[in-house]
Design a protein around this ligand. Structure first.
Ligand SMILES: Nc1nc2c(ncn2[C@@H]2O[C@H](COP(=O)(O)OP(=O)(O)OP(=O)(O)O)[C@@H](O)[C@H]2O)c(=O)[nH]1
Ligand SMILES: [Mg+2]
Length: 300
């Protein structure tokens, strides 16, 4: 068998810096949802990239933030625990945002892991060359990063270089996954995530974060799939907003989600959406577990 570079890369950073956008481009498929709103990703998402000479397993994580409820605490644990199983970390930052307390928190965390760290300066399409040079200078004083790589996940700038340099940090080994496998999650996961993505897109303020989506039933019919999904919200008022005037909002969410889900499944589907109020679900541990947000215990 020919030699291959094989290894795990953890993608870590604050919310909204472009971690999932980068993951999708690295893998070449939409395997994680993205949005303009922070705290989109809620759990680790594994993406497998296999080429002739390498298999790199990327693990996207929720953005690290100050948690306001149990779901937020779960998301932070999920992010931090990635460090225990990877060979290399990508610390992603958004160059269009000033360095602040939150950035410092994540940086201090990453320093403790004793792993090689690539500082990835994302969204360079939003700043000038001079600004970028200054940022690289500032960041190299903060920590001795193994690599500093400016990219635009959105415009696909410099990603090939990122992949090339990554391979240099991986050991020769044997593939963990078959060549055609790109994710390790069940199809139901991405179906529920795509519905949540449309809700994130169409709603504002607290609503995007107060929503969870559960796939209740999938029925295989001769000419299509029928998918029944339940949207959980925390309050009656939120239920009203998701449904919208004369049901217009939920209809639109359904239309958009259906298109994306059909793209992924490669088949026609019929999507039935329901909304239910589940008071304060983000603070209920048993409910979180039921929804698949199962905390990983990590030793500090
Ligand atoms: N201009 C610009 N926008 C970008 C770039 N990369 C990502 N974005 C945008 O940044 C926003 C956040 O992207 P995500 O990939 O969802 O960010 P994330 O880090 O996964 O966020 P969380 O899951 O909340 O932690 C989206 O609106 C993206 O389109 C980039 O290189 N340039
Ligand atoms: Mg994300």
């Amino acid at each position: 068998m020919s030699k291959m570079k094989v290894g795990y890369v953890g993608i870590i950073g604050r919310p909204n810096v472009g971690k999932s956008t980068l993951l999708n481009y690295l893998i070449g498929e939409k395997i994680a949802i993205t949005s303009e709103k922070p705290q989109t990703t809620r759990s680790q998402i594994l993406g497998i990239k296999t080429t002739e000479k390498a298999q790199i397993i990327f693990i996207d994580t929720p953005g690290i933030h100050k948690p306001k409820h149990e779901l937020g605490s779960f998301m932070n644990k999920e992010a931090k625990s990635v460090a225990s199983g990877v060979d290399l970390l990508y610390l992603i930052v958004d160059v269009s945002q000033p360095f602040g307390v939150g950035d410092n928190y994540v940086l201090e965390l990453v320093k403790r892991y004793k792993l090689p760290v690539f500082l990835i300066l994302n969204k360079i399409d939003l700043i000038t060359k001079d600004e970028l040079i200054k940022l690289i200078d500032d960041y190299s004083k903060r920590y001795d990063f193994d690599e500093i790589i400016p990219i635009s996940a959105f415009n696909h700038t410099n990603i090939n270089r990122l992949i090339d340099v990554t391979k240099d940090y991986l050991e020769d080994g044997i593939k963990y996954y078959p060549d055609d496998q790109v994710v390790d999650y069940p199809e139901q996961f991405i179906i529920s995530e795509l519905i949540r993505e449309k809700i994130l897109f169409y709603t504002e303020e607290e609503i995007p974060h107060s929503v969870a989506v559960v796939i209740e039933k999938v029925i295989r019919k001769k000419s299509n799939f029928v998918i029944y999904a339940l949207i959980l919200v925390e309050r009656d008022s939120q239920k009203g907003i998701i449904i919208g005037k004369q049901g217009r909002m939920i209809k639109q969410i359904g239309i958009d989600a259906r298109k994306d889900i059909e793209g992924i499944l490669g088949e026609k589907i019929f999507l039935e959406l329901f909304v239910r109020v589940e008071k304060d679900w983000r603070n209920k541990k048993s409910k979180l577990k039921q929804l698949g947000y199962i905390p990983i215990e990590i030793e500090e």
